[in-house]
Design a protein around this ligand. Sequence first.
Ligand code: PLP
Length: 400
Amino acid sequence: MGFLSDTLSRVKPSATIVMTQKARDLKAQGRDVISLSVGEPDFDTPDHIKEAAMAAIRRNETRYPPVSGITELREAITRKFKRENGLDYKVSQTIVCTGGKQVIYNALLATLNPGDEVLIPTPYWVSYPEMVGLCGGTATFVETRLEDNFKLRPEALDRAITPKTKWIILNSPSNPSGAAYTRAELKALTDVLMRHPQVWVLTDDMYEHLTYGGFEFVTPAQVEPNLYERTLTMNGVSKAYAMTGWRIGYAGGPEHLIKAMDFVQGQQTSGACTIAQWAAVEALNGPQDHLKTFKQAFEERRDLVVSMLNQTKYLKCPTPEGAFYVYPSCAEAIGRRAPSGKVIATDEDFVSELLESEGVAAVHGSAFGLGPNFRISYATSNALLEEACSRIQRFCGALS
Ligand SMILES: Cc1ncc(COP(=O)(O)O)c(C=O)c1O
């Protein structure tokens, strides 16, 4: 028997972190590398939020927090859900965790038993299946298609649900595809879920505020109020407020589930960092003006990247509604020879050859459960995006 646990052997390293590290290593060797693999805004946390954190330190808000979060933040969360999503949650129905990631982890740890299935549409955020595995459940998958802009069809959802399905994880706008469901599209899915009362909904709304072209964001418990009793509505400040490093995520849901998550968290972290919680109070209650700037910049970049990729030989790129990712198909590049002489057999080959020959780091689609595709994060400057897309065009143009 080895020293490390069997659980550990079930976990895969995050492909996005591996790619980001590869790009860093090449850069350290002096190579000119453009990294389009990271999943965070390139903006700074707005100043009024940073000021709130500094004021919290000066007030000595530096002791253990209540496990579920400071009351001021939980109140701000209830107001946010009401204001932005039309959802009524009491303070006791909310929880603050160390990032959106820990919200999901707590929920799964608090509810999964061996044999329980968690249904995950592909392509998915890389952490979902790993977290399910770590919590002792079984991840099951349902595919979306490029023709449907990577949105789940109600018939496919209906077919994929089994008597053992305990949760479905929905993520709109999506990491990695950027796809977001309209009210009608989401209602078609919640109609299916109404016919399967054993299934709980974990909705990951992290990218709620990053939608473009007048798209109206909606969340499952809002479009189908009858799902409220079995929905965990998850969100956080990481993406919309450029606060990835502050590690604050939160959720609203049925009180008995929130209590169980509090129980788990009490034996894990004892609660999220108090200073970051005070910063999040300001993020949710304070001015939202920065969002206009973020959205404008991201929309411009999305349009630039989609247009350049669609002018690239062998690539096809749908226009996503939100987040800061695009997920082009490289199916037509498979089987062709790269400048290095290597034949590209998979999307993983595609991204490693692209990195080798042109110094552009992207992440292969098979890491997100659907390929041959690759994910590009456009959370970087227009100039770098233009240069990166020109390099991708040159790379694809040189395939034979
Ligand atoms: C879809 C999705 N959910 C959750 C998270 C995690 O958010 P946090 O950084 O707040 O833990 C991310 C971060 O990349 C994400 O892309």
